[in-house]
Design a protein around this ligand. Structure first.
Ligand code: HEC
Ligand code: HEC
Length: 305
C-alpha cells in the first residue's frame, strides 16, 4: 500500500507517543524496582541492627516462656518481684495476641515513656526506666526487627499483683517520683566510654538488678550499681571499681562471655541468663566499651550487711 509522504509524517507524529510509552515503561519499572530494592535493603539492614540491639537489651529473656520449645518473643515468662508476678507479654507481630496492630510511634511511646497505646502506664518490671535512654534510631531498628518475627498467637495472661504497688493507676505516681524519660546524652567522654555507658545504663539495664531499691521499688541513686545486699550467695555484687578492680579486663571479658569467674566458679541463674542472652552476644568492641565504662564508675563501698 502506498502512503503519501505528508501523511506518513503525520502518522509517525501521532504514533510517537504510543510507541514511546511502552518504550519508557521498562525504565519506569526498573526505577521502581531499584527504589523498592534499595528501601527493602535498608529495612533488612535496620532489622539486622535491631536484632543485635534486641540481644543487647535482653528482650528475649523476659518475653519468652521458660520451657522447652517456647516460641521466642511470644511471651509468658514469669517474673517474680516483691510486688507480685509479672508475665512478659507477646511482642511478636500477631494481630490479636501481639503487636500486629501497633504503629512504630506506639512502640516508641512504650519504650521511651512507659505508656501503653490506650494511655495507661506500664509497670517498671518492663525496664523502660532504662530503655528510655535508647536513641530514636535504635528504637526504629528494634521495631523493624520485631516486625520480621513470625506472628504467634500465644495469648497473654494477667499479671498476679499485690495492692497497692501492683495496681496500674499507682504507677503514675511511681513514675512521677522515680522515672526520668529521655534518650541518652553523650557526656563528652571518650566515645568508647559513652558507648559503654549507653550499653550499661540504657539497653543493658544492668542497674535493674545491681542497684538497690527503696521500699517503693525506686532505684537508690546514691548507690548506683553498688550491689544489693542479700543472704549469703543471694546478693547482687557491686559493679563499681571497689569490687571489680580485683578482676582484670581479660577476666571480666571471660566472665561476661562464658560465665566463668577467675576462681573457676560459674555465674548463678540470673546473671547466667544475662550472659547467655546479652553480654556474650556483644561484639568485642561493645564488650570492651562496657567494661571500660564500668572502670569509670565512682567507687562505692560495699553495703553493710
Ligand atoms: C526484665 C524483663 C523485661 C525485659 C528485659 C524486657 N521487657 Fe518488655 N516487658 C516486660 C514486662 C513485664 C512487660 C509488661 C508491663 C506491663 O504490663 O505493665 C513488658 C512490656 C513490653 C512491651 C509492651 C507490650 C504490650 O503488649 O503492651 C513492649 C513493646 C516491650 N516490652 C518490648 C521490649 C523490648 C523491645 C525489649 C528489649 C529491648 C524488652 N521489652 C525487654 C518485661 C521485660
Ligand atoms: C536479672 C538480674 C541481673 C541483671 C539484669 C544483671 N546482673 Fe550481673 N549479676 C546478677 C547476679 C545475681 C550476680 C551474682 C552472680 C553469682 O553470684 O554467680 C551478678 C554478677 C555480675 C558480675 C560478677 C561480679 C562479681 O564480682 O562477682 C558482673 C561483672 C556482672 N554481674 C555484670 C553485669 C552487667 C555488665 C550487667 C548488664 C549488662 C548485668 N550484670 C546485669 C544479676 C544481674
Amino acid at each position: 500500500m502506498h502512503v503519501q509522504p505528508q501523511r506518513a509524517l503525520q502518522l509517525r507524529k501521532l504514533q510517537r507517543p504510543r510507541t514511546g510509552a511502552p518504550g519508557y515503561a521498562p525504565y519506569a519499572c526498573a526505577i521502581v524496582l531499584l527504589v523498592s530494592s534499595i528501601s527493602s535493603a535498608a529495612n533488612a539492614q535496620d532489622a539486622g541492627r535491631g536484632r543485635y540491639l534486641a540481644k543487647a537489651g535482653g528482650c528475649v529473656g523476659c518475653h519468652t516462656e521458660d520451657k522447652q520449645g517456647a516460641v521466642p518473643f511470644a511471651g509468658g515468662r514469669a517474673l517474680k518481684t516483691p510486688f507480685g508476678t509479672f508475665y512478659g507479654p507477646n511482642i511478636t507481630p500477631d494481630q490479636q495476641a501481639g503487636l500486629g496492630r501497633w504503629s512504630e510511634a506506639q512502640f516508641m511511646q512504650a519504650m521511651r515513656n512507659g505508656v501503653r497505646p490506650d494511655g495507661a502506664h506500664y509497670f517498671p518490671a518492663f525496664p523502660y526506666p532504662s530503655f528510655t535512654q535508647i536513641t530514636d534510631g535504635d528504637l526504629r531498628d528494634l521495631w523493624a526487627y520485631l516486625r520480621t518475627l513470625a506472628p504467634d498467637g500465644r495469648r497473654n495472661g494477667a499479671h498476679e499483683l499485690k495492692f497497692p504497688l501492683g495496681w496500674r493507676p499507682a504507677v503514675r505516681a511511681w513514675k512521677w517520683l522515680f522515672f526520668t524519660p529521655g534518650p541518652f546524652h553523650s557526656e563528652r567522654r571518650a566515645p568508647q566510654i559513652d558507648r559503654g555507658a549507653y550499653l550499661v545504663e540504657g539497653l543493658g539495664h544492668c542497674n535493674e538488678c545491681h542497684t538497690p531499691r527503696n521500699f517503693l521499688g525506686g532505684l537508690v541513686r546514691s548507690r548506683h550499681l553498688g550491689g544489693v545486699k542479700g543472704p549469703a550467695g543471694k546478693g547482687v555484687p557491686n559493679l563499681t571499681p571497689t569490687r571489680l578492680k580485683k578482676w582484670s579486663d581479660a577476666e571480666l571479658t571471660e566472665f561476661l562471655t562464658t560465665g566463668i569467674t577467675p576462681d573457676f566458679d560459674t555465674a548463678d541463674e540470673a546473671m547466667d541468663e544475662v550472659i547467655r542472652n546479652t553480654t556474650s552476644q556483644l561484639t568485642p568492641a561493645d564488650l570492651k566499651a562496657l567494661i571500660a565504662y564500668l572502670r569509670t564508675l565512682p567507687p562505692l563501698p560495699e553495703e553493710p550487711r
